[in-house]
Design a protein around this ligand. Structure first.
Ligand code: ADP
Ligand code: MG
Length: 341
């Protein structure tokens, strides 16, 4: 039996159905990411789990106990939000100790646990600092320490890194993942960033307008999108209608399907390539390119179509706009997925 279960959870605000029959389970010790665009209901589901909102229909079970109507204060759930939620008039140490003091833990226990939590998030030396004197990343680490120090049954992280710049963000992603695994802490992580979801998660629940569009491991969701929405949200897939794909390749696609192709599965060559295996060789013209870290994303015009093609970024071998190129698309990387209704 899963550690957390959402059973047909519906949440309405007036006429607005924000969660539309959400059902899934979370295994103990897993980090599950709710991934989806802004406004699709991710925070609302966390708030229902933590007890800050009441569900309209359905039930939530935590460790075998139905908590649907249990007061928030009894649920033992830790939470970190996007906006820094530290008490401004308390030091780092006092912020982290707060929950333990509320639980009336003895002073020596508090001191020991706060010390351990500070070490875990690497804030040694900042014990006496006030939130206003910390960077954004330090504040979020303090908030994380504050929420794990009481040993919650579940940790909820609602876009905790979205206000933090890219480089630090990657470091914090790994640190959070390490701490979560070290403590075996069942965690729900919310983000609208597919890359963040890929690196953090045991399981991704892809949300779309109050429903779950797809669930699976990062690799499954990345390589096997089940719908046009999934393919547009993860993996930057090139998506083509049946007609477009047939025009390009001569291949007939079953009715009701589109074809999705990831940019990095397409090869790009200056000369007609000698290729192994089944696939399609197309002749096109480079329309432009954008560096994206260690890959270069080309836009290549083939007939009426524009294809995104990712190649390793090698400054000694780049194609210029206007250059003629050959593309090779392996047949096995042309996914047939159901067209949106
Ligand atoms: P996400 O976290 O995925 O961006 P939210 O769960 O915050 O999305 O919001 C989903 C929808 O629910 C939005 O349309 C939002 O306006 C609406 N909503 C959230 N909270 C409330 C509320 N307290 N009252 C009315 N509508 C709300
Ligand atoms: Mg939100």
């Amino acid at each position: 039996m899963p550690y957390i279960e959402f059973n047909n959870v519906v949440k309405r605000f007036g006429d607005n159905t924000v969660l539309d029959h959400i059902s899934f389970g979370i295994e103990k010790g897993d980090l599950v990411t709710l991934l989806g665009p802004s406004g699709c209901g991710k925070s609302t589901l966390l708030r229902c789990l933590s007890g800050l909102e009441q569900v309209t229909e359905g039930s939530i079970v935590l460790d075998g106990v139905d908590i649907t109507r249990m007061p928030a204060s009894k649920r033992n759930i830790g939470m970190v939000f996007q906006q820094y939620s530290l008490f401004p008039n308390m030091t780092v140490e006092q912020n982290i100790a707060f929950g333990l003091k509320m639980q009336k833990a003895p002073a020596d226990v508090i001191e020991k646990k706060v010390g351990e939590a500070i070490a875990m998030v690497e804030l040694q030396g900042k014990e006496k600092a006030y939130p206003a004197n910390l960077s954004g990343g330090q504040q979020q680490r303090a908030a994380l320490a504050r929420s794990i120090v009481t040993e919650p049954s579940v940790l909820l992280l609602d876009e905790p890194l979205s206000a933090i710049d890219a480089k630090l963000r990657r470091a914090l992603q790994s640190r959070i993942r390490e701490i979560q695994q070290e403590l075996g802490l069942t965690t729900i992580f919310v983000t609208h960033d597919q890359d963040e979801a890929m690196v953090m998660s045991d399981v991704i629940q892809l949300f779309h307008a109050g429903r779950i569009e797809q669930a699976g491991s990062p690799v499954e969701v990345y390589t096997r999108p089940v719908s046009e929405f999934a393919a547009s949200f993860i993996g930057s897939y090139n998506q083509m209608s049946r007609e477009e794909f047939r025009t390009l390749t001569g291949e007939v696609v079953p009715a009701g399907n589109v074809v999705a192709i990831r940019p990095e599965t397409i090869g790009i060559y200056a000369e007609l390539p000698e290729v192994d295996g089944e696939g399609f060789v197309l002749k096109g013209t480079v329309a432009g390119s954008t560096p994206r870290g260690n890959v270069l994303r080309y836009t290549v015009r083939v007939g009426e179509s524009l294809l995104r093609v990712d190649a390793l970024f090698r400054s000694f071998h780049m194609f210029d706009a206007g250059e003629e190129v050959y593309l090779f698309i392996p047949e096995r990387d042309c996914l047939r997925i159901p067209a949106a209704a």
